[in-house]
Design a protein around this ligand. Structure first.
Ligand SMILES: [Fe+2]
Length: 409
């Protein structure tokens, strides 16, 4: 009788575990890799005028991979005159427990302001030929535009995809796309990253991503340590010029612009990491020959919710933004739109931007620090730089222009 009870208990436990697993994965589409490259993502290197890095994914039947590159001359004879680059291959296992391979190649010795075509594969299974354009030389004032997107986070395939695709339709020659954190909802969920890559389609095989992580890209490991989703540094090849141990913290000089990514989740929750980023940021701002300086970080300096507040950003980071003349701070997290210089703006202080690309929406009920605000609307933004002039435009995903302003130096 006792033994029967024990078996019944074990069986009940098994049923419970199976139902828990099913509820966790219910409706989640599996995005399994094959021998063919997928999830192609370009990211900016520290020298975007002369180099470009790409990462992609395959199954583990592809042990080594490579990329082919040629300057785009519009000839269909793609098999002639290309250069070949061997890939670095990283084995990867997400929380779903499947083994994948991620590969990366950095194309070097490129010509500035030039269109290249490339493809990636193992020699048998190839991607299509994709194009990218190198930046003009560092410090160049030749005009360019980039896109800034707020949180994606939820329903990436179903509803966020409209934001990035309409942004691409609006600005197909954008030189990069800033993602201001919370790209996904559950850290290390491969199916959510699958939706993100599906939503972005081929866009990031042509236009580099400039991602900064949010709270939802972090989890606590078994020792309760705050940990960044391992997908991040596997699929985004970032410039490795951040503080020790924080590869997601970096800066890129693109023509006459310096763009800086901070990890605001670590700033909020880890005092040592906050100090480290603060000191690094001061160095990066102090020694900065660029005409324009932009910061991308997930948590806002000024919230749009009366229930939310991020004092370390206001008390410790804002003084640096003011002192060193940061022009724009691109943020997310509050799931609304807001734009303004804030209640105690320095003359030299930045314009604080807050936006949302995905479908999750919050109230905007904080003190009215902003000049412009909006709720319940999915948006995307374009930023045009022409020498010493900047034109910012925020669009609803319908394509309707909602907000615009200009800055000049
Ligand atoms: Fe967030």
């Amino acid at each position: 009788m006792k033994r029967f009870k024990k078996i019944r208990f074990i069986w009940a436990l098994v049923v419970l575990l199976i139902s828990l697993w099913q509820s966790k994965t219910a409706g989640a589409q599996v995005f399994a890799p094959t021998g063919y490259p997928d999830r192609l993502v370009l990211t900016l290197t520290a020298e975007p005028a002369t180099s470009q890095v790409v990462t992609w994914r395959t199954d583990t039947a592809v042990p080594t991979a490579k990329a082919q590159l040629k300057q785009e001359d519009a000839s269909p004879a793609m098999e002639e005159g290309f250069l070949e680059f061997a890939a670095e291959t990283l084995p990867f296992m997400g929380e779903e427990g499947r083994k994948d391979h991620y590969h990366r190649v950095t194309f070097t010795e490129l010509k500035p302001a030039t269109v290249y075509a490339y493809r990636v594969g193992d020699g048998t299974h190839w991607s299509e030929w994709c194009q990218f354009r190198t930046a003009d030389t560092n410090g160049s004032t030749s005009p360019f535009t980039f896109i800034y997107l707020g949180d994606g986070q939820n329903d990436l395939k179903s509803r966020w995809s409209r934001a990035i695709r309409q942004a691409f339709r609006q600005q197909p020659d954008a030189r990069f796309i800033v993602h201001a954190g919370d790209l996904i909802n559950r850290a290390n969920s491969d199916s959510e990253w699958g939706e993100w890559h599906y939503g972005a389609g081929f866009i990031h095989s042509m236009i580099p991503a400039v991602p900064t992580p949010g709270n939802h890209e972090h989890f606590r490991d078994e020792q309760e340590r705050l940990t960044l989703d391992p997908h991040w540094n596997t699929q985004f090849a970032l410039p490795a010029n951040g503080p020790q141990g924080f590869n997601e913290v970096y800066y890129v000089d693109y023509q006459n612009v310096r763009i800086i990514s901070l990890n605001s989740q670590f700033i909020m929750l880890d005092e040592a990491a906050q100090e480290l980023q603060l000191r690094w940021l001061e160095d990066v701002l102090k020694d900065n020959p660029q005409q324009w300086t932009f910061v991308a970080m997930h948590h806002p300096v000024y919230s749009t919710s009366k229930k939310r507040d991020n004092p370390p950003l206001r008390e410790r980071f804002k003084p640096l933004f003011d002192r060193y003349g940061v022009d724009l701070v691109m943020q997310g997290h509050d799931h609304t739109y807001a734009r303004g210089k804030g209640p105690d703006a320095a003359a030299n202080g930045p314009v604080y931007l807050l936006s949302v690309a995905g479908p999750k929406m919050y109230d905007s009920d904080s003190d009215r620090w902003m000049d412009v605000s909006l709720v319940d609307t999915q948006l995307y933004q374009t930023i045009h730089i022409t020498g010493n002039k900047l034109v910012f435009k925020a669009y609803k995903v319908s394509g309707e222009l909602f907000d615009t302003f200009e800055l000049s130096k």
